[in-house]
Design a protein around this ligand. Structure first.
Ligand code: FMN
Length: 279
């Protein structure tokens, strides 16, 4: 696949994957490609754990489901992330950011917007939304053929210090490389962040994966070959929107907008291409 096509098509896959395992060649390619990422003084602070053991995946799935439910039930998920939720297409297009919750049971629809806007997240549990989200999360993780955990060397990753910033920049480069390569291989990829937001659940995963003290678990992904016929989660979202080019870029200094003809140059990324569709 051409690089620009991979960049254009790269997106989160939040639907189930095909059940077959990712081939050994593809797994090796992913790790080797990721290791081509730049790192501060070539420190290569990352180590990867490729998890294919069904039992361990099931345990992590339970932890992920539990994390999602707990974060919803205690209101912290809504409080922390309310500003990113969009409930109609107009709002999503106008802001050019956030996630557009476009798939939701009709019964929940009117309440969810209200609950998110009034910061009473705990109410959601009453209507069963936290159980639905927890179950969706558990199922989707459990059925993934592969989980990839990324860890960073704590000697390099010290939050609050420059090394923490540099290690985070490196991590971003690694993740984007993984994402572009998976796109080229027709493999889907999704962050599973919620278990890392619940301290005791993160500790359970660290123990399960036997991650030593010298390394910090910083990201978990589910991966598998894409299934174009996969059903969507009960509550689901899309996030294709991006802010307009002229809002994203400035010219020579912060105060100067991008001038013509740069601002209206033809788009080599999007010209003649369709917006990527699910999954
Ligand atoms: C640090 C970080 C954490 C994320 N955590 C999650 C997550 O837990 N679950 C999920 O589905 N997506 C997660 N995402 C993916 C974003 O929601 C997604 O990249 C964004 O909405 C744009 O959508 P796209 O990847 O399809 O372009 C995360 C992304 C980043 C960078």
């Amino acid at each position: 696949m051409d690089l620009l096509e991979a960049i254009r098509r790269r997106k989160t896959t939040n639907t189930p994957f095909r059940p077959e395992r990712i081939s050994d060649e593809h797994k090796r390619l992913l790790i080797e490609a990721a290791s081509r990422a730049p790192s501060h003084f070539n420190s290569q602070p990352w180590r990867f754990i490729v998890v294919e053991d069904k039992e361990r995946i099931a345990q992590i799935a339970d932890i992920a489901g539990d994390s999602m439910k707990r974060l919803m039930d205690d209101g912290s998920f809504v409080a922390r992330y309310r500003r990113y939720f969009r409930f109609d297409e107009k709002e999503s297009t106008a802001t050019g950011s956030g996630i557009y919750v476009d798939n939701i049971p009709a019964l929940l629809k009117p309440m969810v917007r209200l609950v998110f806007s009034e910061q009473v997240g705990a109410l959601l549990s009453k209507f069963g939304a936290s159980s639905i989200l927890g179950n969706d999360q558990r199922k989707i993780v459990r059925d993934a053929p592969l989980l990839l955990a990324i860890t960073l060397d704590r000697q390099e990753y010290k939050p609050g210090e420059l090394s923490g910033l540099y290690a985070s920049i490196t991590l971003g480069a690694v993740i984007q490389t993984l994402w572009l390569v998976t796109t080229a291989l027709d493999i889907g990829m999704q962050f599973i962040s919620t278990p890392l937001e619940v301290t005791d659940n993160k500790a359970r995963i660290v123990a399960l994966l036997k991650i030593p003290d010298e390394y910090e678990l910083v990201a978990i992904f589910r991966m598998g070959y894409k299934d174009p016929d996969a059903a969507r989660n009960t509550i689901d979202w899309t996030s294709n929107q991006r802010k307009p080019f002229t809002e994203l870029a400035r010219y020579n200094d912060w105060e100067t907008p991008v001038p013509e003809p740069f601002a209206s140059a033809r788009s080599l990324l999007w010209e003649g291409a369709e917006t990527p569709s699910r999954p």
